[in-house]
Design a protein around this ligand. Structure first.
Ligand code: ATP
Ligand code: MG
Length: 424
C-alpha cells in the first residue's frame, strides 16, 4: 500500500478500535476518493465508540475534543495531520438551516443517512478492504451522479450549504447533478445566504480554483445559485449577453490557480469591475486576496491600451509582485495575441535594473539637501521618477538639478515654493 502517513495512521486507529472491540471504518470523502483512484486529502474514521471512549483509548494527550459535542475527536500523531474519529450519529433537528441542534449516537447505517450525497455516504473497512455502501454511492460514483441522500428538499432545508457543495462536487468531478436533486436546489437556491460567509467562501474557493471553473460558473447559473452569490453577474447572465460569454471565456482560458485572479476574471467585463472587492468582502476573503483582485481589475484596462501609454506609467505597473497574475488575466481576457499584452511581456523580460531601477532621489535625499518637506514632495518625486524612467536623467546630481529647476519654474507648487529651500 501507499506510504501516505495519514493513511497509515488512519489504518492504525481502526486496528486499535477493533482490538478494543469497537466497530471502526473509514468514512465519507476518503472512501469516495479512493474509489475514484484519487489520493484522499484526509482520512476520517467512524466508530460506535463514544467520544469519551475514544479519548480514553488514545489518551487525553493524543486527542483533541474540539468537536466532541458533535461526537468528533481528533487523534493526533507526529507523522501526519490529525485523523478525525467520529461516533456514528444521527443529527437532531436543524432549526436554522445550518447546524443540527443536537446529535444522537447510532449505527453505521443511520450515520450514512445523515451525510449529504450518496458518493459521500460510504464506508470502507480497511482491514478487509471492503466497501460498505448503504446509500447506493458506488452506482452513483460509477454513473457520475451527485444525488442527495433521502429527500433532497428536506436535506437542503436542513443545511443550505449542501446546495453549493453539490455544485462544487459536480464541477470538480465532472459529474451531473441528479434531476430531483437539481430541481430542489433550483427551488431553494436563494436561501443559501443563511449559511456563514466563511463556509460559502470555502466552497467557492474550491470551485473557482479548479480547472473546470467555467462549467462551475455555468452550473451556478443553471442551479439558481448565481443570484444570491453573485448578484453583480445576474444581468449579464440573464440574456446570455456578450458580457456573460466573455466571463465564461475568460474563466475557461485562465491558466492561473490564484483565487483573486479567477474572481477578477468574473468581473473584468462588467460595467463596474471594481465591485470585485465587495464580492471578496462578502465571502470573507483575506485583505490580501481582495486587494489583489481589486488591483487586477484596475490594471487590466491599462494592459489593453499599453501601446498608447506613457512608458513610465507601465513601468510603475509591471514591477508589481503580482505582474504574473496580471499577465495571466490579460492572456485570458484579451487573448494571447493582444498587442498590449505582448509588449508588456517584452518589457517584463528586461533586467530588473531597467524595468525597475532604484529611484535616483528619495524624499529623504531632498530633506538632506535642504528642502523643506511638504505636500509638494510627492509631485516633485513623481516628476523626477518619470524623468529617470524616460532616461532624461541618469544620476543623483542630475536629479537634484531637475528638482531645483522644477521648483524655480514653480511647476511643482505655487504656494510656498520660493521658500521651499531653506536659507543657507
Ligand atoms: P473534500 O474534503 O474533498 O472536500 P469531503 O467529502 O471529505 O470532500 P468534508 O467537508 O471533508 O468533505 O466532509 C467529510 C464528510 O462529511 C463528507 O464526505 C460527508 O459524508 C460529510 N459531510 C460534510 N459536510 C456535510 C454537510 N454539510 N452535510 C452532510 N454531510 C456532510
Ligand atoms: Mg474531507
Amino acid at each position: 500500500m501507499s506510504a501516505n502517513p495519514q493513511r497509515e495512521f488512519a489504518l492504525d486507529i481502526v486496528r486499535q478500535l477493533r482490538a478494543a472491540s469497537f466497530e471502526a471504518l473509514w468514512a465519507g470523502g476518503c472512501v469516495r476518493d479512493q474509489l475514484l483512484g484519487r489520493e484522499p486529502q484526509d482520512y476520517d474514521v467512524a466508530t460506535n465508540a463514544r467520544p469519551e471512549e475514544i479519548q480514553k483509548l488514545f489518551g487525553q494527550r493524543r486527542t483533541l475534543a474540539i468537536g466532541a459535542a458533535f461526537g468528533v475527536i481528533s487523534v493526533l500523531n507526529k507523522n501526519s495531520g490529525p485523523v478525525e474519529v467520529a461516533t456514528f450519529r444521527s443529527d437532531g433537528a436543524y432549526l436554522d438551516g445550518r447546524h443540527p441542534s443536537s446529535v444522537v449516537y447510532t449505527t453505521a447505517e443511520h450515520d450514512a443517512q445523515r451525510r449529504d450525497f450518496t458518493i459521500n455516504g460510504m464506508f470502507f473497512d480497511p482491514l478487509e478492504e471492503r466497501v460498505i455502501d448503504y446509500v447506493g454511492g458506488q452506482a452513483d460514483l460509477a454513473a457520475g451522479v451527485i444525488r442527495a441522500i433521502g429527500d433532497p428538499a428536506a436535506r437542503f432545508t436542513e443545511d443550505k450549504l449542501r446546495m453549493l457543495r453539490a455544485a462544487r462536487f459536480a464541477t470538480t468531478f465532472d459529474f451531473t447533478i441528479e434531476p430531483v436533486t437539481l430541481a430542489a436546489i433550483q427551488s431553494m437556491a436563494a436561501e443559501v445566504t443563511v449559511v456563514s460567509a466563511e463556509r460559502i467562501g470555502a466552497e467557492l474557493t474550491r470551485l473557482f480554483t479548479h480547472p473546470r471553473r467555467r462549467e462551475g460558473l455555468q452550473l451556478l447559473q443553471e442551479s439558481g445559485l448565481l443570484p444570491p452569490l453573485f448578484p453583480e453577474l445576474v444581468d449579464a447572465a440573464r440574456n446570455n449577453s456578450d458580457v456573460w460569454s466573455k466571463a465564461l471565456q475568460t474563466l475557461e482560458r485562465l491558466e492561473s490557480e490564484n483565487l483573486s485572479t479567477a474572481l477578477s476574471a468574473l468581473f473584468v467585463g462588467l460595467p463596474k469591475p471594481a465591485e470585485v472587492a465587495a464580492a471578496g468582502r462578502r465571502f470573507r476573503l483575506s485583505n490580501k486576496e481582495i486587494d489583489l483582485a481589486a488591483w487586477l481589475v484596475k490594471q487590466l484596462p491599462r494592459i489593453d491600451v499599453a501601446e498608447q501609454l506613457f512608458w513610465p506609467q507601465l513601468q510603475r505597473i509591471l514591477p508589481h509582485e503580482s505582474a504574473g497574475e496580471l499577465m495571466a488575466l490579460a492572456r485570458a481576457a484579451l487573448g494571447d495575441k493582444h498587442a498590449g499584452l505582448l509588449g508588456c511581456q517584452v518589457l517584463l523580460a528586461l533586467p530588473s535594473e531597467r524595468l525597475n531601477p532604484p529611484p535616483l532621489l528619495t524624499g529623504d535625499d531632498l530633506v538632506r539637501h535642504g528642502y523643506r518637506p511638504g505636500p509638494h514632495f510627492a509631485r516633485l518625486l513623481t516628476a523626477i521618477r518619470d524623468a529617470q524612467l524616460e532616461g532624461q536623467i541618469r544620476d543623483q546630481a542630475e536629479a537634484l538639478q531637475l528638482a531645483e529647476q522644477l521648483i524655480q519654474d514653480q511647476d511643482i507648487d505655487h504656494k510656498g515654493t520660493k521658500d521651499t529651500k531653506k536659507e543657507k
